[in-house]
Design a protein around this ligand. Structure first.
Ligand code: 5GP
Length: 351
């Protein structure tokens, strides 16, 4: 009965293997889960061990999972290992058997958001606080007809060509989807219109906007500045269109707000056998018709692993892209479902 009553849902931000957990009062009673699983928390009565079941599991058995607080404390101990010298390492190994969670498991659940602290993308999180990857409370959310469409964020590992994917999906349906018009300091070309291809601004204006944190991302190309502003996203949404952006994953922190309710799609390329070749002399990711070497493949895999490790917990959906046409069809399907169906979002976005 309690199970039916519980309305507390958590998205797991780490993997948990009870059989490897020496701290659990009973390994058989533990509930294994993977990062991204949604857990219905039945009771939080015990400060150390919660009872939960995995949403989507056919069996109704609830199992033990480490409480958020317990997992955070465990993460803190790993922080000792990471940020200091040898002595805290000893301290850490002394404590771990007591709290019992495996070093590997804990490593997965702890990140110091150092990268986020460097750029403008860190806004919204306390820059001094470490980020513990434990659980995030979530709820089902469905966009209502009178609400502005959710922001769709594409991130991609090396070779994913997410800009091309974005452009293609938008070109197929420009009444429903749109890009956020970027700013640039480069001169306008005769066929271009201010506010259509770009917002053309002076270098001083651009620099001021950077200082005022107006961009979700910006960069330089051939000595000109380019950047996408928060306002540009808002103006697409104000037209009731779904805004699709492709960004470096560092920008995710900045975009994860209740205003945008971003749906994050991680595009990973998969190179079919027919496009692989052994020798070098092609760029990573290859051209659409180009060949990809073993070294390129290795780099692409590494890039995907890196993004997955650092940002995987912020990803709603992984899209494996083998060729543009099928990836585009899959993306279109996802976008259509986003408008029709309900999805898990952080509860803080709808409160
Ligand atoms: P173009 O000046 O030919 O329109 O664009 C040249 C290059 O500027 C693009 O290929 C891309 O690398 C870069 N660029 C265009 N828009 C943006 C943007 O919004 N942000 C960043 N960082 N670069 C952009």
């Amino acid at each position: 009965d309690r199970l039916k009553e519980s309305k507390v849902y958590m998205r797991a931000l780490f993997d948990y293997i009870p059989l490897e957990d020496k701290a659990t009062p009973c390994q058989e009673a533990g509930l294994p889960f993977k990062r991204g699983d949604i857990l219905q928390v039945v009771t939080q009565d015990d400060p150390t061990w919660w009872q939960a079941k995995r949403v989507g599991d056919s069996n109704l058995r609830a199992g033990l999972i480490p409480s958020k607080q317990f997992q955070e404390r465990a993460c803190l101990r790993v922080k000792c290992c990471r940020t200091s010298d040898q002595r805290p390492l000893v301290f850490c190994f002394f404590f771990l058997p007591i709290c019992g969670l495996t070093v590997a498991g804990l490593r997965r659940s702890f990140r110091l958001s150092r990268k986020d602290r460097q750029g403008s993308s860190g806004e919204g999180s306390d820059p001094g606080e470490p980020e513990f990857l434990t659980y995030e409370e979530v709820t089902r959310y469905q966009q209502r007809p009178n609400e502005r469409p959710r922001l769709v964020v594409l991130i991609g590992s090396l070779g994913a060509r997410i800009n091309e994917l974005k452009q293609r999906v938008i070109a197929e349906n420009p009444h429903r989807y749109a890009v956020a018009v970027p700013h640039t300091t480069r001169p306008k070309k005769p066929h271009e219109k201010d506010g259509v291809e770009y917002h053309f601004v002076t270098k001083q204006q651009f620099d001021a906007d950077v200082l005022n944190n107006k961009f979700i991302e910006h960069g330089e190309y051939k000595e000109n500045q380019y950047g996408t502003s928060i306002e540009a996203i808002r103006s697409v949404q104000a037209k009731n269109k779904m805004c699709i952006v492709d960004v470096q994953p560092e920008a995710l922190k900045r975009l994860r707000t209740s205003e945008f309710k971003p749906y994050v799609i991680f595009v990973k390329p998969r190179v079919p056998e027919s496009r692989r070749r052994r020798s070098a002399a092609t760029s990573p990711g290859g051209g659409e018709h180009g060949r990809v070497t073993d070294e390129d493949l290795q780099e692409m895999r590494q890039s995907a692993i890196q993004i997955d490790q650092q940002y995987g917990h912020l990803v709603d959906r992984v899209l494996i892209k083998e060729d543009s046409a099928s990836a585009c069809a899959e993306l279109r399907g996802i976008l259509e479902r986003l408008e029709r169906e309900s999805f898990w979002v952080p509860i803080s976005w709808v409160r």
